[in-house]
Design a protein around this ligand. Structure first.
Ligand code: NDP
Length: 301
């Protein structure tokens, strides 16, 4: 079998097109313009690239977008004051503090200071709790697992995963655990694997849906994949690519793609799979926040 390639870029464009249209409708109906504030502290070049692309995507969607580039020496108190001001600003529906923060700032304290109803990253305990108790329609779900779930629904043609087994490799708070909760809420029978799991290959072979969120290049071999499975590769790993020339690198996922694609039913590539979905879901969450504030039903994807 050769797997169907799940085109994350195409799905992400479709999500953004829906967000754009719903934003125009929300504005016309209620006068509400979704507003997003992105806060970055320090000059980490990778973070600056992410922040710029988030700002650009927000403008493309028709959002009001504000970016706060604060110096690396910003104190925790000043950052908390900035978050408080944004919490109180009615023009802002989504607040995103770009992580990591400089070492002198307590990241968790800052994340928990964001008003839960503006926490479009879905990291506040209130949102984690809502997701964990199945109150998904009221929660903000972290963008990467939310985007992975959209890909799964579209690949399988259904949001009801009754009778299907899912294995999530990785138990981080930003990917593995919320992913497992989403799959559970969709009626899959879910197992979370991690570095202490025994016989991971055998466990993976039981999965109708296999989600890899490990951060280890191509760790999941083709023969760990159940024939016909839906494979979602969240991993983004940069490895040396001497075949492209001296000092060159390339991106690979956590799944050994070529082997897995021969066995799986559908599979996300890296790059071009889960990656583009993350920013699209950030826009979807911000729109949802604005819709909730205006008492309008947000779109589904
Ligand atoms: P973390 O490092 O926080 O978590 C990795 C998880 O993998 C941990 O639970 C760890 O287990 C588990 N793990 C590590 N080694 C093994 C092993 N040998 N066998 C089984 N499990 C193992 O990573 P993240 O969740 O933040 O990210 C995972 C990957 O996803 C990374 O490649 C990251 O770059 C990518 N990512 C991609 C995003 C996107 O937009 N597409 C967004 C976010 C992340 P334990 O808990 O026991 O240590």
């Amino acid at each position: 079998m050769t797997a169907r390639v799940i085109d994350g870029k195409e799905v992400a464009e479709d999500v953004v097109a829906t967000v754009k249209q719903a934003t125009a409708e929300l504005k016309a109906k209620t006068g509400t313009v979704p507003g997003i504030a992105v806060v970055i502290v320090g000059e980490d070049p990778a973070s600056q690239v992410y922040v710029r692309s988030k700002g650009k995507k927000a403008s493309d969607c028709g959002f009001h977008s504000e970016t706060f580039e604060l110096p690396a020496e910003t104190s925790e108190a000043d950052l908390l004051a900035r978050v408080e001001a944004l919490n109180a600003d009615p023009a802002i529906h989504g607040i995103l503090v770009q992580l990591p923060l400089p070492r002198h700032i307590d990241e968790d304290k800052v994340v928990q200071a964001i008003a839960p109803e503006k926490d479009v990253d879905g990291f506040h305990y209130i949102n984690v709790g809502k997701l964990g108790t199945g109150a998904i329609a009221e929660a903000f779900v972290p963008c990467t697992p939310a985007g992975s779930m959209v890909l799964i629904r579209r690949a399988l043609g259904t949001g009801d995963l009754s009778g299907l087994t899912a294995v999530v490799v990785g138990r981080s708070n930003i990917v593995g655990k919320p992913m497992a909760n989403l799959l559970l809420a969709a009626n899959a029978t879910v197992t979370i694997a991690h570095s202490r799991t025994r016989d991971l290959p055998a466990l993976c072979r039981t999965a109708d849906i296999l989600v890899a969120a490990v951060g280890r290049p191509e760790m999941i071999a083709g023969d760990w994949v159940k024939p016909g499975a839906c494979v979602i590769d969240v991993g983004i790993n940069r490895i040396d690519a001497p075949e492209k020339g001296e000092g060159k690198t390339r991106l690979v996922g956590d799944v050994a793609y070529a082997g897995a694609a021969e066995i799986a039913g559908s599979i996300t590539p890296v790059p071009g799979g889960v990656g583009p979905m993350t920013i699209a879901m950030l826009m979807a969450n911000t729109l949802a926040s604005a819709c909730r504030a205006a008492g309008v039903e947000p779109p589904s994807y």
